[in-house]
Ligand binder design. Structure first.
Ligand SMILES: [Zn+2]
Length: 369
């Protein structure tokens, strides 16, 4: 399925940086703030975050920086804004958010796409919009506030992927196909780890030419860009040593099995209690998310069952390659039969922040027919 190209812009429409910072700083001064280890979080008056939201955004900065081996302490600020406050920023007004230097601005309680931009900006990695958008899509676990996934284009043996090269030198995020950029960056991370990507994006200057890119790519990766692109388009095998390109959910608390054949997690997804991510405003509520992890001890056939019709549940692997389909969405009222490899998985539960549904997720070894 071809994804919708999202219009989350990484650059505001500021005519001058001083004008941009002036209006933003005035707004920031008026908003209540919360100080985390890596994020200063602000929300417009009248917007209530669910209990776990601020810690979640704070931890996400550390997660992304840890995955990429870059500095988390770059002064990231998150601003969750209502329409009135959003109109005072220089973000494009039709967008869900934007980033301005290390300020991530969103109309949502935790627009992680913009948080990635803020972290990579603070590490001097944002000069080429194709790679800036690509890394943000690769690490945004919800793809906005949906259920993911991040590798939005699966290789099809009969039809090669689009060629990302014509988009790489774009000076603006507008023409960038976000799904294609995110998939290509995830492909590079999986095959070569984060170090050459970080070094390359830090070295790419403001002159955007393919010659420049090919040269820097060759120096940092020790491979030819065109060869990697060809492999990306036609599909590559997944190496056992692949860098896992984790989703943030994979760092959430691990829940042990109840007995050797049955795993279960039950909870109330209540915005006012516990580590739930989400938020409520005067006129509406945003999606709320909680995740845990579990370890599947052995390859086998399992049944995934969900005991609530108000909660979406996704199970996904914390290993493998991003182009391998290893995420499963449970159908309400049905048990879903899955053939799982051993390893760590995340379980993501999504409800609405103004509801507090009880959810029970069960995974059991399927009976042998
Ligand atoms: Zn973006």
């Amino acid at each position: 399925m071809r994804p919708k190209t999202r219009r989350l812009l990484s650059f505001s429409g500021c005519l001058t940086l001083s004008a941009c910072n002036g209006s933003l700083n005035e707004l920031i001064d008026e908003l209540p703030s919360w100080q985390g280890d890596f994020v200063t979080y602000h929300a417009s008056h009248g917007l209530e975050t669910c209990e776990g939201t601020r810690d979640y955004v704070d931890g996400f900065v550390n997660f992304v920086a840890d995955e990429l081996q870059i500095d988390p302490a770059v002064g990231v600020r998150y601003l969750w804004l209502d329409d009135e406050d959003f109109s005072r920023t220089n973000c494009e007004q039709t967008a869900d958010g934007c980033s301005i230097k290390t300020n991530a601005v969103g109309r949502k309680p935790g627009l992680l796409h913009e948080v990635v931009h803020a972290v990579t900006h603070g590490n001097s990695m944002n000069r080429w919009p194709f790679f800036t958008e690509g890394i943000a899509v690769a690490y945004d676990p919800w793809t906005g506030d949906g259920m993911g996934i991040r590798y939005v284009i699966a290789p099809n043996p009969d039809e090669p992927l689009l060629d990302p090269r014509p988009l790489m030198t774009s000076g603006s995020p507008d023409p960038v196909h976000y799904g294609l950029a995110g998939s290509f960056v995830a492909f590079l991370l999986s095959r070569h780890g984060p170090q050459p990507f970080v070094a390359m994006t830090q070295r790419l200057g403001s002159v955007r030419t393919m010659n420049r890119l090919r040269k820097v790519f060759r120096q940092e990766y020790g491979h030819e860009l065109d060869a990697e692109v060809e492999l990306f388009m036609s599909g590559a095998p997944c190496d056992e040593q692949a860098f896992p390109v984790l989703v943030y959910d994979c760092t959430m608390p691990n829940v042990a099995w109840s007995n050797p054949t049955y795993w279960a997690y039950g909870d109330s997804l209540d915005c006012t209690q516990g580590p739930l991510v989400g938020g409520i405003g005067p006129d509406r509520a945003w999606p709320s998310i909680r995740s845990v992890t579990l370890d599947v001890p052995a390859a086998g056939r399992y049944q995934l069952a969900v005991g609530s019709d108000e909660v979406d549940v996704q199970l996904g692997a914390c290993f493998g390659c991003p182009w391998e389909p290893r995420h499963y969405t449970a159908e309400v009222g049905k048990s879903t039969v899955l053939d799982l490899d051993p390893g760590r998985y995340y379980v993501r539960m999504r409800a609405n922040s103004d509801e507090a549904p009880i959810v029970v997720v069960g995974l059991s070894l399927a009976p042998v027919p």
